[in-house]
Structures are given as structure tokens and as C-alpha cells.
Design a protein around this ligand. Structure first.
Ligand SMILES: C[S@@+](CC[C@H](N)C(=O)[O-])C[C@H]1O[C@@H](n2cnc3c(N)ncnc32)[C@H](O)[C@@H]1O
Length: 313
């Protein structure tokens, strides 16, 4: 397998392009993708960041990447750009400030700033440990796709009802039988799952997640799945210009979309390719989509599914 040339690896609906992001993305057609979802390097000295840049140099590079992302995006398409903070000498710079500015100046419109909370990471000793990052969701134009039903999550208390005195609705269930809007605060806790069902045996505490590979900063597939399901339809094209070990392409293919990923690191793409093969074979370890991270006391009445909804399930 020669991973030097872009476009040399195609697995059914998934394409992995080995190469520098700018060189590779410039070869992709205008207005081609419905969704671009990615997490760029944060310029914090990770193993996959070959040259540490000044913040100014990093911003200049990312400006060029963002321009290409906006170019390859279809009108009505979406960008989900997942970032944390650039930290130097203990001073924190939240990268979403910068990316908000870059994408807004390209005419994209911010629809949500999603907080993704996780329960692992570096322990700080002179500030609070960072346990969330953000996903900026922008649309290209106002006529954008947003499919809420496929990403609804179960209510903690589906048995809640409108007050008896409420005109027209008194006593009826107050929620939606399909579940609630997942809101702009996302949590995909592997830790709680493992405590209850410790079937995965991984040596490192940080590596408890079933999807963990040697990549230091992977997306949980579930995070991308939510973006794919809400912001695209089957058959649409999804691009991740910093695809790493392939979560975005996996999420796209899993839901009958087409996925393209770019990364300059051949080792990560080999892992991505192996994971795609496992997905095809039905053997890829994945956290179950939409699994609740909090469990209510099921003995309470409000935690029971209303009788009116049982027939529709
Ligand atoms: C934050 S990681 C993304 C990880 C990915 N979301 C995953 O689930 O594995 C950033 C990725 O960008 C890649 N990268 C860094 N600089 C690049 C460049 N100039 N061109 C292409 N890829 C690059 C790195 O190899 C790394 O895999």
C-alpha cells in the first residue's frame, strides 16, 4: 500500500487521502460536501504536530484551511469544528474564539457552540483541570439541514405531564415520544459504562474507551455520528480534513453517507483503514449510539414511559 499519493485508498464509500491538508483539499471540487467535521491540531506540541508554530503562524495556516473548507462546502452545508485550547507557559487561549472569527469572516453562520464534556485528561496543578472542549457548528447560508428526530435522546423523566390546569394539554405527557433535543452540552461517558459492564480490558486508565487506539486525541465515533445524523441525509458527502484514525469516515459510512478523510500521518491512516475493515466486518468496538450516561431512579413515576407512548414504540 503506497500512502504517499492522495486518493490511493478507497473502501466502498470511504476514501482516505494521505497528504498535507492544504495540498490535498485544494484538489477537491467546489461545493462538494454536505458536512465538514474535524478537529484540527491545537498547536500544543502533540506528537503529530511536527513544528510548533507561534499563535500568529498557526492562525495564518488555519485561515487557509478554513477558506478551503468553506469552498468545498455545499450551500446549505455545515461545518462542525471541534477545538480545545492552545496553552503556552500556563496561559490558555480558547481556540474557538479564533475559529469563530475565521469562519464568520468567510460568511458562515454559527448555529451552536456545543460544549463536549469528558472525564479524562491532564491534571493541572496551577489551574483547574480542563474537562471540556467545544464544537462550533456553522452553516453555509440560512437554508440548512437540521434533522432533530434521529438524534433525540431519551428523557430522564418521560413520565412528566403538563399541569392539570393547562388549557388543552392538562394531564398529557409534556415531552416528545421520540425523546428530547440533546441540547448543546454533550457527554459520551465511557467510564460509567465500564463500571457497570467492564467487558473491555485495556491497561491504561485513560484508555478505557472501547474505541481507543494509539492516537492521542481521537474523536468518540458517537460525537461525529450525532453531527452526521443531524446535519446530513443518507448519500450525502462528509469530509474530515484531519481525520486521524478515521472516526468521521466510520460515522459517515455507518449511516449510509460517503466519507472522505485527509491526514498526513500514514500510521494513523493504516489504523483508520483497519477500523473501516472492522466496521465492514461488523467487529469494530464502538460505544452504543445514544446510550444514556445518567440513569434515573426507575421506581419514580416520572421515570416511567407514559402509557400513551407505549403503543407508538
Ligand atoms: C486532533 S487530531 C484529529 C484526530 C481525529 N479526530 C481522530 O479521531 O483520530 C489532528 C490530526 O491532524 C493531522 N495533521 C496535523 N497536521 C497536518 C497537516 N498539515 N496535514 C494533514 N494532517 C495533519 C495529525 O496527524 C492528526 O491525526
Amino acid at each position: 500500500m503506497n500512502l504517499e499519493k492522495p486518493g490511493d485508498l478507497t473502501l466502498d464509500a470511504g476514501e482516505l487521502i494521505a497528504g498535507d491538508v492544504l495540498k490535498s483539499i485544494r484538489k477537491l471540487p467546489d461545493e462538494h460536501f454536505q458536512l465538514v467535521v474535524s478537529s484540527p491540531p491545537y498547536n500544543i506540541g502533540k506528537s503529530y504536530e511536527r513544528d510548533r508554530q507561534t499563535l500568529k503562524e498557526y492562525a495564518a495556516w488555519q485561515r487557509k484551511v478554513c477558506r478551503e473548507v468553506a469552498r468545498v462546502l455545499k450551500p446549505g452545508g455545515s461545518v462542525c469544528w471541534q477545538v480545545g485550547s492552545h496553552v503556552r507557559d500556563g496561559v490558555v487561549f480558547p481556540l474557538d474564539f479564533m475559529f469563530y472569527d475565521l469562519f464568520s469572516k468567510l460568511g458562515l453562520k454559527l448555529r451552536n457552540r456545543i460544549v463536549w464534556r469528558f472525564n479524562f485528561g491532564l491534571h493541572a496543578d496551577r489551574r483547574f483541570s480542563g474537562r471540556y472542549e467545544t464544537v462550533l457548528w456553522f452553516s453555509k447560508g440560512d437554508d440548512y439541514k437540521f434533522n432533530l428526530d434521529p438524534v433525540r435522546v431519551p428523557q430522564l423523566y418521560p413520565g412528566k405531564r403538563h399541569a392539570a390546569s393547562k388549557p388543552g394539554k392538562g394531564g398529557l405527557p409534556s415531552g416528545n415520544p421520540l425523546g428530547k433535543n440533546p441540547a448543546d452540552y454533550w457527554e459520551f461517558s465511557a467510564e460509567r459504562d465500564f463500571r457497570e459492564n467492564p467487558v473491555w480490558d485495556f491497561p491504561n486508565v485513560k484508555a478505557k474507551h472501547p474505541e481507543r487506539t494509539e492516537h492521542p486525541c481521537q474523536f468518540p465515533i458517537e460525537l461525529v455520528e450525532r453531527c452526521v445524523l443531524a446535519l446530513t441525509d443518507p448519500g450525502d458527502r462528509v469530509l474530515d480534513p484531519f481525520v486521524g484514525t478515521g472516526a468521521s469516515v466510520i460515522a459517515a459510512i455507518k449511516h449510509a453517507r460517503q466519507g472522505t478523510g485527509i491526514d498526513r500521518d500514514a500510521r494513523f491512516l493504516e489504523i483508520a483503514q483497519a477500523r473501516l475493515a472492522q466496521l465492514n466486518a461488523g467487529t469494530l468496538p464502538m460505544r452504543e449510539l445514544g446510550k444514556p450516561v445518567k440513569r434515573p431512579d426507575t421506581s419514580t413515576k416520572v421515570a416511567q414511559v407514559p402509557e400513551e407512548w407505549l403503543a407508538t414504540r
